[in-house]
Every structure is written in structure tokens, then in C-alpha cells.
Design a protein around this ligand. Structure first.
Ligand code: THU
Length: 136
């Protein structure tokens, strides 16, 4: 666990993004904020669909927005959900975060001020990535 000053801004950005969540089915609002190495913050919220499987998680929305805008180097991610027990990224998001962000710190926070930071290598140990594709 660690805490940095810039995390406050990142958590605030994720909390702001969470307000825009489109969640008519689960009512479970999630906000994410991705920090680039140049200090930019890119936000994402979860976006659900009546065809449930098409739902996009907040983390993936933030990453795909950033990548499609030409950003490729990221230094931190914050995820805000208003649960007592802090909510970690789902398995699918962990794989996507690893692909584009590698071993970055991921801060999980709620609206009551609870905060915990874990590195991606803790959240996704023994990750599969492109390194294995060139090893066959
Ligand atoms: N959700 C996220 O946005 N991120 C996660 O890592 C976990 C799940 C969303 C997807 C869906 O809109 C709602 O939370 C309930 O699963």
C-alpha cells in the first residue's frame, strides 16, 4: 500500500467520472482516472447496455479513450466505487490494464475516504502478455 499527493487529484477525477456512469441495469457506478507520464488525466465511467454483455467497465473506457487519443505511456490508475469494501478492477480489466499500462499502481477508493493502492503485478500475478507470443 502507498499514498502519493497526486493521488488526491486522480481519485477526485475518478469520482467525477463516476457521476457520468450509465448504469440503468446494475446501478453500480464506477469511475476511473488514468494518469499519463506527462501528467494528463483521462477519465472513464462504466457504460451499460440492454444487451448486458456489451457493457464496458470504467477502466477500459478510460484506457481505450487514452489509446485512441494517441496516449501510450501511463503512470497510475484510480478506480472509485461507493462500496465499503474497496472494489478492485475485474479480471478482464486487469488483463487490459496490464497490456497498456504494465506494472502501474492502481488506487482503489470509495467516497468515504478509504484508499488502497496496489501494483498491477499484485493484482494480476503471472500475467499473460505479448512476451509469451514471441517465445513459441
Ligand atoms: N464494472 C466496472 O466498471 N469496473 C470493474 O472493474 C468492475 C465492474 C462495472 C461493470 C458494470 O457496469 C457494473 O460495474 C456491475 O458489474
Amino acid at each position: 500500500m502507498s499514498s502519493e499527493v497526486s493521488n488526491t487529484d486522480l481519485i477526485a477525477a475518478a469520482a467525477e467520472a463516476r457521476e457520468r456512469a450509465h448504469v440503468p441495469f446494475s446501478h453500480f457506478q464506477v469511475g476511473a482516472a488514468l494518469e499519463t507520464v506527462t501528467g494528463e488525466i483521462i477519465k472513464g465511467c462504466n457504460i451499460e447496455n440492454a444487451s448486458y454483455g456489451l457493457t464496458l467497465c470504467a477502466e477500459r473506457v478510460a484506457i481505450f479513450k487514452a489509446v485512441s487519443d494517441g496516449q501510450r505511456e501511463f503512470s497510475a490508475l484510480a478506480v472509485v466505487v461507493d462500496t465499503d469494501e474497496l472494489t478492485p478492477p475485474c479480471g478482464a480489466c486487469r488483463q487490459i490494464i496490464w497490456e497498456f499500462c504494465g506494472d502501474i499502481p492502481v488506487t482503489m477508493a470509495n467516497l468515504k475516504g478509504r484508499v488502497e493502492t496496489m501494483r498491477m503485478s499484485e493484482l494480476l500475478p503471472k500475467a499473460f502478455d505479448a512476451g509469451f507470443l514471441s517465445d513459441s
